[in-house]
Design a protein around this ligand. Structure first.
Ligand code: ZN
Length: 177
């Protein structure tokens, strides 16, 4: 079980001193979404889909969605990877469902900027809400791409790119810096 092995690694996550509450919330969210991933599967009637790879960790996911009048009517994901990738994918689907393409793209940018440390979630306005539980990954360089992968794959799907990787010239972390 790759998910459970990866979860054991996640428990090494250490928030900065004084952030015990956010650390606990982070662990609860990761655990919950790994037990019960939301919107798991592939849409038979998808209008957009993409495959995302994070070779550094071995995360490999598929995101499919159906746009109706520039709005994400339905979205699903499946694949394999670590607990952070799975939880981030699950939360990505629940957060963009019902949003317009422009709103979804804004979340893609804000999530990427938060995970890479470019966006200060406490001091700058953003629309991330509960997604801010992933803010701590910026202190875990090897995990940043696990958290970003589903958002990177969503972006690719919306732009009708079929396969996207977190390495090479598509590297979302390099783009953000
Ligand atoms: Zn991963």
């Amino acid at each position: 079980m790759r998910w459970s092995r990866a979860f054991a690694e996640c428990r090494k996550f250490s928030a900065r001193p004084g952030h015990m509450e956010s650390k606990q919330l982070y662990q609860e969210v990761i655990l919950d979404h790994n037990r019960k991933p939301r919107n798991w599967g592939r849409l038979a009637d998808a209008s957009h889909k993409a495959e995302g790879l994070n070779p550094l960790c071995g995360d490999h996911i598929w995101v499919s969605l159906k746009l109706d009048d520039e709005r994400v009517q339905s979205i699903a994901f499946e694949g394999e990877g670590c607990a952070i990738c799975k939880a981030s994918s699950s939360m990505m689907t629940t957060n963009v469902k019902g949003k317009t393409v422009a709103e979804a793209e804004q979340l893609v940018r804000e999530f990427r900027d938060m995970a890479t440390g470019k966006l200060d979630i406490a001091g700058e306005p953003n629309h991330l809400g509960r997604l801010t539980v992933f803010a701590g990954v910026r202190d875990l360089p090897s995990r940043v791409k696990c958290a970003i992968l589903p958002w990177h794959t969503l972006h690719a799907a919306l732009h009708s790119e079929s396969v996207v990787s977190t390495e090479g010239d598509q590297d979302p972390v390099a783009v953000a810096s």
